[in-house]
Design a protein around this ligand. Structure first.
Ligand code: IPE
Ligand code: IPE
Ligand code: MG
Ligand code: MG
Ligand code: MG
Length: 296
């Protein structure tokens, strides 16, 4: 693959999104520590995969894309994702005490503050979408895409399926459906939003959606694998949490080797979906490799 310095690109995306997010959290009165809890949950070493996907997707459509127009989308995606993690870690959900190498929000603050910090991050995400300079028609499409990816048809539905699946035996189809919702939907939304902002046509949106569906599922398959194979320090979250909570995962259903084969197959599907794109999609190709090869 040529024409892509992926690690430099990924770091420049992280720098962009962190600089923009930082600007939303200037020092000021915070008597309830709500804003402090929101900030704590955003600036704690996340990989920023969803923002990077949005930037890369926009560049696949238009290599000359002005990335300033994508910044609010990237911020919206990271706020939404960070909220999902804060709530995912709550005692009523996964009851985890470590996230991105630090105490989870409800441990560092308290449970009520963590619930509210998640709520605040979620609404901040949509506020960012009101700041896009792309015209009302594109703006509405972006909002609807984020609603679809994150709401009761997407991530939130997936989380509900996940909680209902504790101590249950799922079929492979049911497991795939859960993963496609809880993790895949927001990843699909990330790719679509970048592409919409860059003016993608119907066929391009469809090809990119095939790519995003494959890497969205692969992302959670790799998350399941790392829960078993990585260590707590590297992961920044408790290793073995899925087993401890008796959650069905790709590893518990298929075993480690078959889970790895599944991730590899999805990677190949993702690359195949990009066959009509030239080098402008190389960042997306590298991202697919990164998602299945990542160590944390
Ligand atoms: C973790 O997401 C939760 C899942 C959807 C599997 P990430 O692995 O993207 O977490 P951060 O943002 O890098 O911490
Ligand atoms: C999380 O899935 C999906 C979300 C919507 C946050 P997990 O519960 O497996 O994520 P981790 O392992 O806690 O990051
Ligand atoms: Mg969970
Ligand atoms: Mg969890
Ligand atoms: Mg997990």
């Amino acid at each position: 693959m040529t024409g892509s310095n992926f690690s430099g690109f990924a770091q420049s995306c992280r720098d962009r999104v962190e600089q923009q997010l930082n600007a939303s959290f200037t020092e000021g009165d915070d008597p309830t520590r709500l804003r402090s809890a929101m900030r704590y949950s955003l600036f704690n070493g996340g990989k920023r995969v969803r923002p990077i996907l949005a930037y890369a997707s926009a560049l696949a459509i238009n290599p000359q894309q002005n990335l300033e127009l994508i910044d609010p989308i990237a911020c919206a995606l990271e706020c939404l994702h960070s909220y999902s993690l804060v709530h995912d870690d709550l005692p009523a959900m996964d009851d985890d005490d470590l996230r991105r190498g630090k105490p989870t929000c409800h441990i560092a603050y308290n449970e009520a503050t963590a619930i509210l910090a998640g709520d605040g991050l979620q609404t901040l995400a949509f506020d960012y979408l009101t700041r896009t300079d792309l015209g009302p028609s594109t703006q509405i499409k972006l909002i609807k895409t984020l609603v679809w990816g994150s709401g009761a048809e997407g991530m939130v539905l997936g989380q509900a399926i996940d909680l209902a699946a504790v101590n249950q035996q799922l079929s492979l189809d049911q497991l795939e459906n859960m993963h496609r919702h809880k993790t895949g939907a927001l990843i699909r939304a990330s790719v679509r939003m970048g592409a919409l902002a860059a003016g993608a046509g119907m066929q391009q949106l469809s090809d990119l959606d095939n790519y995003a569906s494959a890497i969205g599922l692969a992302f959670q398959v790799q998350d399941d694998i790392l829960d078993v194979t990585a260590d707590t320090i590297t992961l920044g979250k408790q290793q073995g949490a899925d087993i401890a909570h008796n959650k069905p995962t790709y590893v518990s259903l298929l075993g480690l080797d078959a889970a790895r084969e599944k991730a590899q197959k999805l990677y190949e599907d993702a690359i195949q979906s990009l066959h009509t794109f030239d080098d402008s999609a190389n960042h997306l190709r590298h991202l697919a490799a990164y998602i299945v090869g990542r160590a944390y």
